[in-house]
Design a protein around this ligand. Structure first.
Ligand SMILES: *Cc1c(COP(=O)(O)O)cnc(C)c1O
Length: 391
């Protein structure tokens, strides 16, 4: 399975498969061994070396999906983020980070970097000048995340790689929200792609994992750090993740379609004040998204009209689950005010453009008519309350 011309579904299904030579089973056998013979083999296999048969197999699939030379699977998205950053940042180095990043990444940087002697700057915005003005002489890494959470703002991948290449800076992207189905940043000159495989790659709310894709040269550095930090994933979960990824392209494309329809429907709805979805022409980054993404993801956010209590609305939903995680086959919704952005001050939330009534909606694969019906009954339930109150 070496061909670069394979279609996306074939890659998801077959690339990297471990052949069952003994019994000719249809799927990769699971090798749970944590001890392998060392005689007559040039590689020492060991789970924390990230090179068991199942780990190696899935790494190949991830590499091909991201158009990279090499891949690596981690025990969580944060194991992938932390290991990759620490592989390229030493004491005295500086990193430029995009203004809004996943909360765990933000915490990792702000709680850990000082003791490593690593300097960091968060950008003021998403424009070229915001990044250029944040760069210092000792900047070694630029770290971005696009689309951003929860407003789905888009960072220009070519712009970032252009700035970095001129200055010998390594670029890293958290590509979790897009998934490799909708965005392949390496094609736009980004060096390293990081995923929380807990999200679209796993896709069923039952796996916590991470993944990285990069060139062989960069991956050598990441692997060196990875075996020291020890954030590998159990082979059983690697094997489950391989199964999940067989349907990733099918799932994600269905989620793209559902989200686009829901975004358009919500945009016209009288109970909704604003919708943030990069696949809508009204989104400020629509053109940029069109240039660098092949699909607009299953993620969107929206603000309800001021009269509606957003929390009550989420509680009134019956099919769509109020849940912190995202990107699974089932639709979930969160109120950033009460969850991911609860620790920020009201001022800081406003600065980030996160209204109190903003809802982040992770669209699943349910039939859209059922999602719409669920929203309608919830709108009805909360507006009835308003009417009762005002009577
Ligand atoms: C969930 C998530 C992470 C962290 O992944 P874990 O698997 O929870 O460690 C990182 N980045 C983004 C964008 C995420 O959504």
């Amino acid at each position: 399975m070496k061909s670069k011309n394979l279609g996306i579904n074939t890659i998801c299904l077959h690339v990297g498969e471990v052949e069952d030579k003994q019994f000719k089973g249809a799927i990769s056998p699971l090798y749970m061994a944590s001890s392998y013979a060392y005689e007559n083999v040039d590689i020492k296999r060991y789970p924390r070396y990230f090179n068991t048969p199942n780990q190696e197999a899935l790494s190949k699939k991830i590499a091909m999906l991201e158009h990279a030379e090499a891949g690596l699977i981690f025990g969580s998205g944060m194991a992938a983020v932390s290991t990759t950053m620490l592989a390229f940042l030493n004491s005295g180095d500086h990193v430029v980070l995009q203004k809004t990043l996943y909360g765990g990444t933000f915490n990792f940087v702000t709680e850990e970097f000082e003791k490593f002697g690593i300097e960091y700057t968060f950008t003021e915005g998403f424009a070229e000048n915001d990044f250029v003005s944040a760069i210092k002489e000792n900047t070694k890494v630029i770290f971005i995340e696009t689309p951003s959470n929860p407003l789905m703002l888009i960072t220009d991948l070519e712009m970032i790689s252009g700035i970095a290449k001129k200055r010998g800076i390594v670029t890293m992207i958290d590509n979790t929200f897009a998934s490799p189905i909708n965005q392949n940043p390496i094609d736009f000159g980004i060096d390293i792609c990081i995923h929380s495989a807990t999200k679209y790659m796993g896709g069923h709310s039952d796996i916590c994992a991470g993944a990285v894709a990069a060139s062989d040269e960069h991956m050598q550095k990441i692997w060196n750090k990875a075996k020291n930090l020890g954030g590998s994933l159990s082979d059983y979960t690697v094997w489950l993740l391989e199964r999940s990824m067989k349907t990733m392209a099918l799932r994600v494309k269905a989620q793209n379609r559902n989200a686009k329809k829901m975004a358009k429907w919500l945009e016209k709805h009288s109970m909704v004040a604003k919708v943030y979805y990069p696949g809508l022409k009204s989104h400020p980054d629509y053109e940029l998204a069109k240039k660098q993404m092949s699909g607009y993801t299953g993620m969107l956010s929206f603000e309800l009209v001021a009269e509606i209590d957003a929390q009550k609305f989420t509680q009134a939903l019956r099919l769509v689950k109020p849940s912190m995680s995202l990107a699974s086959v089932e639709s979930t919704i969160v109120l950033p005010l009460k969850t991911s952005h609860a620790l920020l001050s009201a001022e800081e939330r406003l600065h980030q453009g996160i209204a109190d009534g903003l809802l982040r909606f992770s669209v699943g694969i349910e039939d859209k008519k059922d999602l719409m019906a669920d929203f309608e009954q919830a709108f009805e339930a909360v507006t009835k309350n308003i009417l009762q109150k005002s009577n």
